[in-house]
Design a protein around this ligand. Structure first.
Ligand code: G3H
Ligand code: 13P
Ligand code: ZN
Length: 333
């Protein structure tokens, strides 16, 4: 049993209280490998932004849970080396799907876990989330629950259609379970294809897809029911067109990829939304840089020569999100 405090990590309690009050959102970036982690920490340290490092079940299977945990511990020390005296870094399980998985993360030093019972019948979601909260809270670990279903792939769960969170359920759910934050569904979804072309309109000038707006009315109703309660937005990559264009130019094939416009994420960050999840944008930034290097320098075979530019490109993206979209820069001095 390792407690997250011994690793220099923090839970989400203070981070979220400050973010809700300050009208900004804390970035939650997924990581699976060293270059992503380095880029995240460099960006957070440079901007003095609190940051949530997210590990999905898939990431645990890919990179090994023990290794990822030690990497996060190393990240705290690395952040200090970069001149960030008091790093505000949370290690969070993304889309935990069982009590056992959440418990294992709590026991190995995670400071926050998500129990995603959103695909279960309501009462089962309540019971499972409550059980995770009861265990996690004994160790000071914060818990994120979810109500409502996002379309697309959530780890190994695939949903064809989204179901918005029902505002009439949120008080009952949060009070019965004891969750510290609530992920909601208001039209975002996971991955680089968040909307089908038929759900979008086309910009007559550029020919690019324009997605339908998020359901800010549902968010407003939830905020009214739970004033000041931390809300989480999954599926919040904006799928930058320049990265998609670079990927397609250098041999990739991502037709009609579309994300959430940054203007809407800015609006969300100013509301009770205090955690914004971004994974796909990092994948796109990494892939674009690697494809470009491979195309322009076909003789290169030292991984540092293509992973290095990939890391630089991810860092640029993370900094942009922190400074220009979420507004979390300078909030963890
Ligand atoms: O919620 C989904 C995250 O982007 C994690 O994705 O399950 O492929 O690691 P993954
Ligand atoms: P994106 O696929 O939009 O990056 O969402 C990531 C996410 O929600 C991780 O939980
Ligand atoms: Zn998610």
């Amino acid at each position: 049993m390792v407690n997250y405090k011994d690793l220099g990590l923090v839970n989400t309690k203070d981070m979220f209280a400050k973010a809700v009050k300050g009208g900004y959102a804390v970035p939650a970036f997924n990581f699976n490998n060293m270059e992503q982690l380095q880029a995240i920490i460099m960006a957070a340290a440079e901007t003095k932004s609190p940051v949530i490092l997210q590990v999905s079940k898939g990431a645990r299977n890919y990179a090994n849970q023990t290794l990822l945990r030690y990497m996060a511990e190393g990240a705290v020390e690395y952040a200090k080396e970069l001149g960030w005296a008091k790093p505000q870094i949370c290690l969070h399980l993304d889309h935990g799907d069982s009590f056992e998985l959440c418990k294992s993360c709590v026991d190995m030093g995670f400071s926050s876990v998500m129990i995603d019972g959103s695909s279960l019948p309501y009462d089962e979601n309540v019971a499972l989330t409550k059980k995770v909260c009861e265990y996690a809270h004994q160790h000071g670990v914060t818990v994120e629950g979810e109500l409502g279903v996002l379309a697309g792939v959530e780890d190994e769960v695939q949903a064809e259609e989204s179901h918005y969170t029902k505002p009439e359920e949120v008080i009952d759910f949060t009070s019965k379970t004891g969750v510290d934050s609530l992920a909601i569904s208001i039209g975002t979804s996971h991955g680089a294809y968040k909307f089908k072309p038929e759900q979008c309109t086309r910009d007559p000038k550029t020919g690019k897809l324009v997605p339908p707006p998020l359901a800010f009315d549902v968010l407003a109703e939830i905020e009214k029911k739970l004033p000041g309660f931390p809300i989480v937005l999954h599926g919040s990559s904006s799928v930058p067109q320049d990265e998609v264009d670079t990927i397609n130019k250098f041999g990739g094939k991502l037709p009609d990829a579309v994300g959430i416009p940054e203007e809407q994420l800015r609006q969300a960050a100013k509301s009770a939304v205090c955690k914004i999840n971004i994974d796909s944008d990092s994948r796109l930034a990494m892939t674009a840089a690697i494809r470009q290097t491979f195309a322009e320098k076909p003789g290169e075979f030292d991984p540092r020569k293509y992973l290095g530019p990939a890391r630089d490109n991810m860092k640029k993206m993370y900094m942009h999100k922190i400074i220009n979209v979420l507004g979390s820069n300078g909030k963890a001095e």
